[in-house]
Design a protein around this ligand. Structure first.
Ligand code: ADP
Ligand code: ZN
Ligand code: ZN
Length: 806
C-alpha cells in the first residue's frame, strides 16, 4: 500500500478525477480510505478525500500527501461508493458530492493570509492595510487599493509572505469542571485554616465538602454570591494550593433537552395499522430490501408505524434514518421520536447552528445514537448498519436538492438500503404520481391506511367561488362564509389556521393607467414590494431600490401594489374582524433562530385566534383546538409553467385540511378560489386521491410527462444572448444525433425566467424512457465546453429529473 488515490477540492470539470499521491512513511500506519488529507496541487495546497489505495501508479514523479485531517475516516467505504454514484447520476463533481454528504464544518477550505515580514520599503497602501497587525486575511487586499504589482514586489523582496492555512472551522465545545484533589477530611481541615477574609475560597471549599464530587464550574458560579471573575480567581488560588483540580471536558451542544421528554410506549395498533406494518416487520426480520409506499390519510397513524418499525430495527442492533420535510417546521415530530427513543435520537436540520449540526453528526459518527431524524441531507448519516430508512411526506419537493449535486433523497435512500438489505418506507397522504405509479406496478409495495385512528371522518371541505363574492360586492380577501366561520370560532374559544397559497405570488408595483410594472434591471422578473422600508427588491439578485409613487412611463400617480402577501392579509384581518389576534408565520417572521418554535408555542398556548401562514404551516402541525382551516387563493399556483402544479395544489389543500379536527372537536375547511371547477380543487375537497391520480395520469400520458417519461433539463446561460442561443442550438443538435428515436428534445427555448443576474438563459428539455448512454453523452458535451465554463462566461446546468422548472 504505497499510493493513495485522492479526489481533490478543485471543482472544475477538466480535473473531475482522482489523483495519485505517495504516502509518507510516518503516515502509512494511520491512513485509511475516507479520510481527508492535505495535498500539493500545482503551485498550491488543497484538501482532498482518499478514495482508494494502489500499489503502482501510471504517473511518474508523484508528490506526497502533506498531512491528514482526520483521526478516523469521515466517510465509510459505503458512503464513498454512494458519493461516486451520486456524482455520476447527477453529473456533478466528485468533490461536490463528497462535501454534500458532510456537515458544513468539515468542508474545510483554504484561506489565504498575508504575513508582514519587514516593514522597510513596503508600499504605503500595503503598510496601511496592516495597521499594526502582523497577519491579515487575503481578502483585505482584494478589497483595497493595493495593486497586484505592489503585492508581487513585496513578496519578491521578502517584505510579506502569503500563507495558506486550512481553516477547518471545527469548533468543539468545552465545559470547565472542578474536582476535589484531597479527601473530605483534608478539605475540612483546610477550611479551618483559611484566612478569615478569604470569603470566596471559604464558600467554594464548603460547597465541595458538601458536594464531594466533580462539579461543573457553571453550577458553582450560579450557587455562589460572588461575580464570575471573583469565583474564577478563587478557584485558581485553590488549585495552586493543590486542593482541587480544574479541567476542561468536551461536550456536545444539545439543542434538545432530552430530560424534558416524557417517555411513551407503543400503542396497540389498530387492525389497519397492523396489516400495514406486518410486511415491513417481515422485511426487517428477513433482511430483505423492499420499498414500501405507505399511503395513509392524515391522522391515520403513519408515525406510529414508523416508531414501531424502528423499534424492531433497534432490537436487531441496527440503525434507522427518518427524513421529514424540514424538521424545524415540525418540532412536534421531533418530540414524538425523542419521547419514544430518548437520547438514542440525533436530530439534523437546517435551523441548528453549524456547531450543533456538527455535534449531532459526531454522535452518529461515533455510534452514540442509532436513530437520526432529519431533513434531506440526513440521508447521508454515517451509519454503517442500517436497518430501515423512512421518508415521511414523501411527496415534498424539498427532498430534491436544487443545487449540485442535484439529488433526490428518495433515490439515495433506495441506493443505500440495497447495500444494507433493508426496507425503505415512503409515507404520505398524497403520494407523488411517480411513487404511486411504481406501487401500482408492484415496483413498490403499497400499504394503505384509510381511516383516522380517532375514527373521526376527515373534516368537510367547502369550496367558495370568489368570483361570485366579487359580483355581489365583496371586495375583501375573505368570503362572507369564511368571515362568519372565523367569528364563530372566536366566540367559542376555538382556533383557526389560515393558509395563503403564495407560490408564484408576490406583491409587485403596477400602474393602473398604463399597465407598467416595475421590473429588475438585471433579471426578467417584477420587483417585490416590501412595506417595512418602502422598498422594491429582486429575489434573484438582491437588487433593491426605493418604491416609486409616479409611473415612469405615463406619470400617473395610480401606480400601486398588487398581489397578496401575508402582511396584507394580516392587515385586512385586523381591519375586518374586530378583536382578532393573529400570529403570522412566513419567511419574514421566522428568519431568526427559534422564532418558529416560539410562534408555534404561543399559538398552542392560545395566545392568538388565527395562525396565518404560507406553505410552511400546511405540514405536520397538530393543535387540538383548531377547528377551522381556511385556504385563501387556492388556485394561486395553477397557472405556473410547471406540469406538477395541479399535483402540488391537490397535495397542499389535502395536507392543510388535515390540520383541522384532529382531536375531539369537529373540523371544517373553507377553500376560496377563482377556479372552483378545477379538478385538483374539486377532488381535494372530497379527499379523492384515486380519482385525482387517474385524471392526472391521463394528462401526463397525453403530454408526455413523468411518470410516463424521464426528464433531463439543460439550462445554458451567458451574458451574451446570441452566445446562449447558439450554444443551446449546438447542444440540441449533438443530443439529437446520439439519443434514440423514442426520446424527444424540446428546445432551444428561453427559460421561464429568461434573464437572471444579467445572464440570458436558454434551455432544452429531454423527455425519454430509456437512454442508458444519456449521462455519458451529456458529460462529453460538458467536457467540450469545460474551458469556456471555467472562464466563467458560459454556464451549463444539468438537472436530471428536475422539480424546479422555472
Ligand atoms: P399520521 O402520521 O398518519 O398523520 P399520527 O401517527 O400522527 O398519524 O396519528 C394520529 C394520532 O393518533 C396521534 O395522536 C397518535 O398518537 C394517535 N395514534 C396513532 N396510532 C394509534 C393507536 N394504535 N391507538 C391509539 N392512538 C393512536
Ligand atoms: Zn403608467
Ligand atoms: Zn434581479
Amino acid at each position: 500500500m504505497k499510493i493513495a488515490k485522492v479526489i481533490v477540492d478543485v471543482p472544475v470539470l477538466s480535473i473531475n478525477q482522482s489523483f495519485d499521491y505517495l504516502i509518507p512513511e510516518e503516515l502509512a500506519p494511520v491512513v485509511e480510505r475516507g479520510m481527508r488529507v492535505i495535498v500539493p496541487f500545482g503551485p498550491r495546497k488543497t484538501t482532498g478525500f482518499i478514495i482508494d489505495f494502489v500499489e503502482k501508479s501510471d504517473y511518474e514523479n508523484l508528490k506526497s500527501i502533506i498531512e491528514i485531517l482526520d483521526i478516523t475516516p469521515v466517510l465509510t467505504d459505503e458512503l464513498l461508493k454512494v458519493g461516486l454514484w451520486l456524482a455520476e447520476e447527477t453529473l456533478s463533481f466528485y468533490i461536490t458530492a463528497f462535501q454534500a454528504m458532510l456537515p458544513q464544518v468539515l468542508k474545510s477550505t483554504y484561506e489565504k493570509e498575508i504575513e508582514l515580514l519587514n516593514e522597510e520599503g513596503l508600499a504605503e497602501e500595503l503598510h496601511n492595510l496592516f495597521s499594526g497587525e502582523q497577519i491579515i486575511p487575503y481578502e483585505e487586499i482584494e478589497n483595497s487599493d493595493v495593486s497586484y504589482t505592489q503585492l508581487r514586489a513585496a513578496v519578491q523582496n521578502s517584505l510579506v509572505k502569503i500563507n495558506y492555512v486550512v481553516k477547518s472551522r471545527i469548533t468543539k465545545r468545552y465545559i470547565n469542571e472542578i474536582t476535589p484533589n484531597k479527601t473530605i477530611e483534608e478539605l475540612q481541615e483546610e477550611l479551618k485554616n483559611l484566612r478569615k477574609n478569604a470569603l470566596r475560597q471559604r464558600e467554594i471549599l464548603s460547597y465541595l465538602v458538601e458536594n464531594f464530587q466533580t462539579i461543573e464550574e457553571k453550577t458553582l458560579i450560579n450557587k455562589l454570591t460572588g461575580s464570575t471573575s471573583s469565583v474564577k480567581s478563587s478557584l485558581k488560588a485553590l488549585e495552586k494550593k493543590g486542593l482541587l483540580k480544574l479541567s476542561k471536558k468536551e461536550v456536545y451542544r444539545n439543542p434538545y433537552d432530552d430530560k424534558a421528554f416524557k417517555r411513551t410506549t407503543a400503542f396497540k395498533l389498530t387492525e389497519e395499522q397492523d396489516n400495514a406494518i406486518q410486511p415491513v416487520l417481515k422485511s426487517i426480520k428477513k433482511e430483505d430490501h423492499e420499498v414500501f409506499l405507505l399511503h395513509g390519510v392524515t391522522g391515520s397513524g403513519k408515525t406510529e408505524i414508523y416508531l414501531q418499525s424502528i423499534d424492531a430495527v433497534l432490537n436487531q442492533g441496527k440503525e434507522a434514518i427518518v427524513l421529514v420535510p424540514e424538521i424545524s417546521l415540525t418540532p412536534q415530530m421531533v418530540k414524538r421520536f425523542k419521547e419514544r427513543f430518548g437520547s438514542e435520537v440525533a436530530v439534523l436540520h437546517s435551523a441548528l447552528s453549524t456547531g450543533e449540526k456538527y455535534d449531532e453528526w459526531r454522535k452518529i459518527h461515533q455510534k452514540e445514537v442509532s436513530v437520526v431524524v432529519g431533513a434531506r441531507s440526513a440521508i447521508f448519516a454515517p451509519f454503517d448498519n442500517l436497518g430501515i430508512i423512512i421518508i415521511d411526506e414523501e411527496h415534498e419537493t424539498t427532498y430534491k436538492q436544487e443545487e449540485q449535486p442535484r439529488y433526490h433523497a428518495r433515490d439515495v435512500a433506495i441506493y443505500r438500503a440495497k447495500h444494507y438489505n433493508c426496507p425503505v418506507v415512503l409515507g404520505s397522504a398524497t403520494p407523488t404520481l411517480e411513487s404511486y405509479a411504481r406501487a401500482s406496478k408492484d415496483v413498490y409495495t403499497l400499504l394503505t391506511l384509510s381511516e383516522r385512528t380517532n375514527e373521526k371522518p376527515l373534516p368537510d371541505v367547502e369550496v367558495i367561488d370568489m368570483r361570485k363574492e366579487l359580483h355581489s360586492g365583496n371586495r375583501t380577501m375573505f368570503s362572507r362564509k369564511l368571515r362568519k366561520a372565523i367569528t364563530k370560532r372566536m366566540e367559542r374559544g376555538e382556533q383557526i389556521v389560515l393558509l395563503l397559497n403564495r407560490r408564484g405570488f408576490s406583491t409587485f408595483i403596477m400602474c393602473r393607467d398604463c399597465g407598467y410594472v416595475e421590473e429588475c434591471p438585471n433579471c426578467d422578473i417584477a420587483l417585490t414590494f416590501h412595506k417595512r422600508n418602502q422598498s422594491l427588491k429582486c429575489h434573484y439578485c438582491s437588487y433593491e431600490k426605493r418604491s416609486i409613487h409616479l409611473c415612469p412611463t405615463c406619470s400617473s400617480d395610480k401606480i400601486q401594489r398588487f398581489g397578496t402577501g401575508t402582511q396584507r392579509v394580516e392587515e385586512e384581518l385586523y381591519k375586518y374582524i374586530p378583536g382578532v389576534k393573529v400570529i403570522r408565520m412566513d419567511v419574514d417572521t421566522t428568519r431568526r433562530k427559534g422564532s418558529h418554535e416560539r410562534l408555534l408555542s404561543s399559538f398552542e398556548n392560545e395566545e392568538a385566534h388565527i395562525l396565518l401562514g404560507t406553505q410552511m404551516i400546511a405540514k405536520g402541525l397538530d393543535f387540538p383546538n383548531v377547528t377551522l382551516v381556511g385556504v385563501l387563493a387556492a388556485d394561486a399556483m395553477l397557472h405556473l409553467p410547471d406540469f406538477r402544479s395541479s399535483e402540488k395544489n391537490f397535495q397542499l389543500i389535502t395536507q392543510v385540511s388535515g390540520r383541522a379536527g384532529r382531536h375531539d372537536l369537529d373540523g371544517e375547511v373553507i377553500v376560496q378560489t377563482y377556479t372552483p371547477e378545477h379538478y385538483s380543487i374539486q377532488l381535494a375537497s372530497t379527499y379523492d386521491f384515486q380519482e385525482f391520480y387517474k385524471h392526472e395520469m391521463k394528462i401526463r400520458r397525453t403530454f408526455r410527462y413523468p411518470p410516463y417519461v424521464y426528464l433531463a433539463l439543460l439550462t445554458i446561460s451567458h451574458p451574451d444572448r446570441t452566445k446562449a442561443i447558439q450554444t443551446t442550438q449546438v447542444i440540441v443538435q449533438a443530443l439529437s444525433r446520439s439519443i434514440s428515436d423514442d426520446a424527444i428534445i424540446l428546445g432551444p427555448t428561453p427559460s421561464p425566467l429568461e434573464k437572471i443576474k444579467n445572464r440570458y438563459r436558454y434551455q432544452c428539455m429531454i423527455k425519454y424512457r430509456s437512454e442508458p448512454k444519456l449521462n455519458e453523452t451529456i458529460n462529453k458535451l460538458l467536457d467540450q465546453y469545460a474551458k469556456e465554463m471555467e472562464q466563467g462566461r458560459l454556464q451549463i446546468n444539468v438537472d436530471m429529473q428536475p422539480y424546479q422548472l422555472m
